[in-house]
Design a protein around this ligand. Sequence first.
Ligand code: 13P
Ligand code: SF4
Length: 336
Amino acid sequence: MSVINIDEARMQVDRKGFLDIAVDPAIDLFAEIERLKKEKNAVLLAHYYQEADIQDAADFIGDSLGLAQEAERTKADIIVFAGVHFMAETAKILNPRKKVLLPDLNAGCSLADSAPAELFRTFREEHPDHLVISYINCTAEIKALSDIICTSSNAEKIIESLPEEQKIIFAPDKNLGAYLNKKTGRDMLLWNGSCIVHEIFSVKKITELKIRHPLAKFIAHPECEEPVLRMADFIGSTTALLKYTKTSPAKEFIVGTESGILHQMIISSPEKIFIPAPPETNCACNDCPYMKLNTLEKLYLCMEYETPEIKMSDELLERSRKPIEKMLEISRRYNL
Ligand code: 13P
Ligand code: SF4
């Protein structure tokens, strides 16, 4: 590895959002990452949509709720977050005194981008009698403007914990919001955001696949559009989808979510067949371009130099903590 000093490293991160240093291909990155974890008392948390090598190096792999819960309970001094920015930000909000590292600060999220804070603040002010439930896929500013945060694992329970007559704004995912309206019978006001990965699945191609694989179960994430969800045999968060493939007697699954999850599905059930649900065009659009910005090299470099780091003002940390804590408290109540 070409060595640079810490000031140069920070300047590079300020410029690019990640460390762009050539790593000697002869280095055993898995061994180096293990060494750095021990030396620095660091824990590596990874989302299921990360590339397979990163999942293999992680101490904990989970969905957004599992990762937030793990971040809340960790005793490590440094949290290395292999996921996207809003996830690392959530870990920082729950651990304001700890260092939280993200291999590439450009790892954003189309859902988080779809809700700019100023527009959302105005929207909220226009509906003063509504409570705001925000999907965790949003910025800390949006979290600070929300009453409760939810994930796809606990959203239903969180909505049901509120009185039926309570008016609710749900942001930023209109597809998840519409799915939850249908499931809970509520009429939540939906913000018009969506996930670029979950919006591209093709009903026509999934139908063709189902004809070719008549015994396959089609499983989908609730960020998918309604016509796709209508075809699904099972709908759930990434953790719920993985659990379903482990426990279902079916031998074939068409998987309607980001392709990274297939790695754990194959590890858990090597005898089963997993087919990624096809997108409209022949692009690789069921790879999240943000999640896939993280690489094993960037992960190693960020642990070595302890940068890029998630930085937030004390004021924003304070304002955004309460709605996340509320989510964790309700999740504990329901053993989620
Ligand atoms: P979950 O892993 O919580 O189901 O979320 C999926 C997702 O799109 C994360 O960005
Ligand atoms: Fe955001 Fe969708 Fe990527 Fe998840 S998969 S990080 S929701 S863009």
